[in-house]
Write a protein that binds this ligand. Structure first.
Ligand code: ADP
Ligand code: MG
Ligand code: MG
Length: 317
């Protein structure tokens, strides 16, 4: 039974607060959705054993590991994104992520020689895939896959598909930064984008979408400071240090949340000008950039509306 009231359900999964909005009072469905998220988290996590991804990592330098089809497919997509020319995305970045521990207890700036040594075991070409066996082999010992930049997007898409399969026509899932929507209530979904380094409820503006995913990645989300310098959690796969550019955040509007995840990271590597140029070839994927110099740049606005709320920022694009 669907009415026009919104029912919100919350949980904490994947270390994040999760919000599910339905237009029917259906606690049982919400429970099934949360269970689905948990199942995928258990397959994909690298923070807690056992998971299929950890099995792959433990076998690095030794042997290939066969994994379930969804895990294999996600790794295949992540590898393809990693192999793009000059890609800032790298699924094999795990050893560096583990060493930096950015945003976790014990984060510190590693010595340069350690970074160099770890960079040597982050080549995505050394992630060897076998379609027929659905297996993954990391050729060098110490290599580690990290799907942290892409898992939430993948799972958000699975939740959208599940709700659709269950006959829902309207719904929203927010996996702590990855929002995926099914349909839209009258007037569309109005989604806030946070002001970088602002208070919890401070919004730079709102996006209005339907049937779209909205993914924001920001350097303000997870970082630590050392000697007056800020180190955030998106690493440059070529230097081993956090990506440093003019961006405070980027939001991607796309049909699939997995594209939002891939493109937030790719765009962090490109910056505004190259990012806009790259998106010209992808009319299905659009971006809202927020720069350190307080500009909001929109790559195009075919599939959403943006309303600026924070008058300290200028809207261009
Ligand atoms: P959030 O944690 O806010 O969702 P992202 O989606 O941008 O942020 O993902 C950041 C995570 O991705 C990091 O915590 C790390 O696990 C992983 N990561 C860091 N740098 C890269 C990179 N260059 N390519 C792929 N994954 C990365
Ligand atoms: Mg993310
Ligand atoms: Mg991401």
């Amino acid at each position: 039974m669907s009415d026009n009231r919104v029912y919100s359900y919350t949980a904490t999964l994947m270390g994040s607060p999760i919000l599910l909005k339905l237009f029917s009072n259906n606690k049982a469905l919400a429970s099934r959705v949360f269970r689905l998220i948990k199942q995928y988290e258990n397959l994909l996590t690298v923070n807690r054993a056992p998971s299929q991804v950890m099995d792959i990592n433990h076998a690095a330098g030794k042997h290939a590991v066969s994994v379930s089809r969804p895990v294999y497919e996600l790794i295949r997509v992540a590898k393809a994104a990693s192999m793009l020319e000059n890609s800032a995305f790298n699924l094999a970045i795990g050893p560096l992520v583990k060493r930096w521990k950015i945003g976790f207890q014990g984060d510190s700036v590693p010595p340069a020689d350690e970074i160099a040594a770890l960079l040597a075991i982050t080549d995505p070409a050394e992630v060897v895939l076998d379609d027929a066996a659905s297996s993954v082999f990391l050729t060098q010992s110490g290599m580690e896959i990290d799907l942290g930049a892409i898992a939430k997007g993948y799972i958000a898409d699975r939740v959208r598909d599940y709700l659709r399969k269950e006959g829902e026509t309207l719904g929203l899932i927010n996996l702590g930064g990855n929002i995926q929507t099914l349909g839209a209530p009258e007037g569309g979904w109005s989604l806030g984008i946070k002001t970088p380094f602002g208070g919890a409820d401070e919004l730079i503006g709102t996006l209005n979408v339907e049937n779209k995913s909205v993914v924001t990645s920001g350097t303000y989300e997870r970082f630590f400071e050392h000697d007056g310098k800020r180190y955030h959690h998106i690493l440059n796969p070529r230097t081993g240090y956090p990506l440093d550019n003019e961006l405070d955040s980027v939001t991607i509007i796309s049909t699939n949340s997995i594209d939002g995840d891939i493109w937030t990271t790719l765009i962090y590597g490109m910056g505004v000008v190259k990012g806009c140029a790259a998106l010209r070839a992808r009319p299905d994927i659009e971006a809202v950039f927020v720069t350190k110099s307080k500009e909001v740049v929109v790559s195009s606005m075919q599939h959403f509306r943006f309303t600026l709320l924070d008058n300290r920022y200028r809207l261009t694009g």
